[in-house]
Design a protein around this ligand. Structure first.
Ligand SMILES: [Zn+2]
Length: 259
């Protein structure tokens, strides 16, 4: 069975059909889904979904692209939520200097605060990083968390090695399936298998076979995984076991909830 390590189940496209979406996952052999939050506006919704479907677990945190919704007191609120709920990670957090450069200082401050909170709660982090891997690495060296996942990784081999050394797994998903994604394919093919987790990032990031159809779903993880296995010349059955161990190593509470 496969784990989708990054899926936004709370987004309307998935949420309004959640029962169908989860049943399709079960049919396709995807039995666990990690749902990261993006702002306090979706905390309760995500917790509700995870309460309804045993396949779903969640992370709580503030996404760097949603900081316009961030208000004073939100970090305290995050700590309250972490105390009173069963989040498996802090996320998704990080830096996006590709989409937004004008609020770098705010992004970095909130990222650092959330790393400290993750450390305090001994939780891993799920990171969104674009155009800022070196800056993220610098912060991770200062504030030592217990690792986690760098989702949708698209950096250099050297940056990958540094993240792995800091206890992170690297997430690969639909983008890998496009013929033009030569670099991401090279990463997915050559990085140590122990460092890799798989994700759909649905409803975003449709894999090649969905074309421009926005309706990416967590069930696509199985075909994404098969693409990955083909790249590396791996038996899907064997790969599923390895990727499962990797994901649980990154997100240990997932293991407790998987029994
Ligand atoms: Zn995401």
């Amino acid at each position: 069975m496969w784990i989708d390590s990054h899926c936004h189940m709370d987004r309307e496209l998935l949420y309004q059909n959640s029962e169908k979406v989860i049943n399709a996952c079960i049919t396709e052999g995807v039995d666990r889904i990690i749902i990261p939050s993006v702002s306090k506006a979706n905390f309760d919704k995500i917790i509700k979904i995870a309460g309804k479907y045993k396949q779903c677990v969640y992370a709580l945190g503030f996404h760097p692209m949603y900081l316009s919704e961030f208000e004073d007191g939100d970090l305290d609120l995050l700590e309250q939520y972490l105390l009173n709920n069963n989040a498996v990670a802090v996320g998704e957090i990080g830096l996006d200097l590709f989409a937004q450069k004008n609020n770098q200082l705010l992004q970095e401050t909130i990222f650092q605060s959330q790393l400290k909170i993750a450390k305090k709660f001994d939780l891993p982090v799920i990171m969104h990083v674009r155009g800022a891997i070196d800056l993220v690495l610098k912060n991770l060296r200062k504030i030592k968390v217990r690792g986690g996942i760098a989702h949708a990784f698209n950096g250099s081999f050297q940056q990958a090695d540094q993240l792995i050394e800091l206890g992170f797994k690297l997430g690969f998903g639909g983008v890998m399936t496009y013929p033009r994604s030569k670099h991401i394919q090279a990463l997915a093919k050559q990085l140590p298998i122990e460092a890799i987790v798989l994700e759909t990032d649905s409803p975003d990031m449709p894999p090649e076979w969905l074309g421009n159809d926005e309706n990416n779903q967590p069930k696509e993880l199985r075909k994404i995984a098969e693409f990955f296995c083909h790249l590396r010349g791996l038996e899907p059955l064997k790969a599923a076991g390895i990727i499962r161990v990797n994901t649980i190593e990154a997100i240990p509470k997932l293991g407790e909830l998987c029994t």
